[in-house]
Design a protein around this ligand. Structure first.
Ligand code: ATP
Ligand code: TPS
Ligand code: MG
Length: 322
């Protein structure tokens, strides 16, 4: 296998993915037009080999994951993923086939979410692949931006999709556990699928965020940011059939499910009077969400996060880099 240079990589693999606003990636920057009255939501998440994905993960799924972890942020904020720029630290061990597979992964999610590539940067990262994406989400005229700061007492805590599959998938990938559904879990880890179109639902929320570090830890972040108390009903947490089977066999897996992270689903607070509308939109776009907890005013007695009425201990409730 041969290895082409940086400019060949850009012109062969990236230029076909770029929009007309990017001058075929032959210029220094891009000029992005936005519909009149629209606002842009800007988010950035980077993924690094050995930290967010494994060297054994295919280049194609790494590219998809780099986009998906940013797409989930846009969706959680009520914004429609629109365009992105890509900073890629390319490792010395990459071959042409890796470049082609990576570009194919980008193309797949671009097509799925109607995204355009505006440009980026490519540099040498001798030992390991490093991918950073800055994503712009479009908030059309009148669409609110939904922060994590606005949850109110009386809101219902909700979560989209299912929780825990990706964190179990990491354990499978590391050979720490063996399950009957290894393929399902590995897929959830390598290609976490945020709820497509769900920005129409999160736009109704009083607060919203994506779950990257783990359900409990991220619920606490939401509680702290909104200065409210959250009680989670563990039995209401939506699990896939595969995860349900696993925790039934061994309840120790709950810890991974609740605090392992990598879910990239939306965690949001909904006023009860918005529930029917949210349910109707979710049904139309065929995305599920579950009501998993109550939000109450914080008092001097209450702590910010409980599960089934019991305070959640701060340690091991979420992934932490440091
Ligand atoms: N290096 C940085 N420079 C500027 N702002 C940063 C930097 N790192 C994080 N932030 C900002 O801090 C806030 C929290 O970011 P953080 O990455 O901790 O959370 P997150 O993106 O919600 O979670 P995750 O990264 O797990 O998806 C965001 O507003 C982010 O833009
Ligand atoms: C090899 C490997 N080890 C551990 C993990 C778990 N992990 C890493 S970062 C992160 C939170 C989101 O990242 P960030 O906060 O940087 O956006 C999680 C849950 C993984 N995905 N791959
Ligand atoms: Mg981040």
């Amino acid at each position: 296998m041969t290895r082409s240079g940086e400019f060949d990589w850009i012109s062969r693999h990236l230029a076909p993915l770029a929009s007309e606003d990017s001058f075929g990636l032959k210029d220094d920057a891009a000029l992005l037009a936005v519909p009149a009255g629209a606002r842009l939501c800007i988010t950035q998440d980077a993924i690094l080999e050995g930290v967010h994905f494994l060297r054994s993960d295919p280049s194609e799924t790494v590219a998809r994951k780099a986009l998906l972890v940013n797409i989930s942020d846009c969706i959680a904020k009520g914004a429609t993923p629109y365009a992105y720029s890509l900073a890629l630290g390319m490792p010395d061990h990459w071959q042409d086939s890796d470049m082609a597979a990576f570009a194919k992964g980008l193309q797949q999610e671009q097509q799925e979410f109607g995204l355009k590539l505006t440009g980026g940067d490519t540099y040498r990262s001798p030992d390991r692949l490093n991918v950073s994406v800055t994503m712009l989400g479009l908030l059309t005229d009148g669409t609110p931006y939904v922060s994590r700061l606005g949850a109110n007492s009386g809101d219902i805590l909700c979560v989209s999709g299912t929780i825990g599959d990706a964190a179990i998938g990491l354990k499978v990938a590391l050979g720490e556990i063996k399950t009957k559904h290894d393929g399902h879990f590995l897929q959830a880890y390598q290609v976490p699928l945020p709820p497509k179109g769900f920005e129409q639902v999160t736009a109704l929320a009083s607060a919203s965020m994506d779950i990257s570090d783990g359900l409990l830890g991220d619920a606490r972040k939401l509680a702290v940011a909104s200065d409210i108390a959250i009680d989670i009903d563990r039995a209401a947490i939506p699990l896939s059939p595969q995860t349900t089977l696993l925790v039934e066999m061994d309840a120790n897996h709950w810890e991974t499910v609740l605090s392992g992270g990598d879910d990239y689903q939306c965690l949001f607070a909904l006023a009860p009077q918005k529930l029917a509308q949210a349910r109707s939109i979710a049904a139309k776009i065929d995305v599920s969400f579950a009501e998993i907890g109550q939000i109450t005013e914080k008092s001097s007695q209450s702590v910010s996060l409980t599960m089934d009425g019991v305070p959640v201990s701060g340690e091991r409730e979420s992934f932490s880099h440091f």
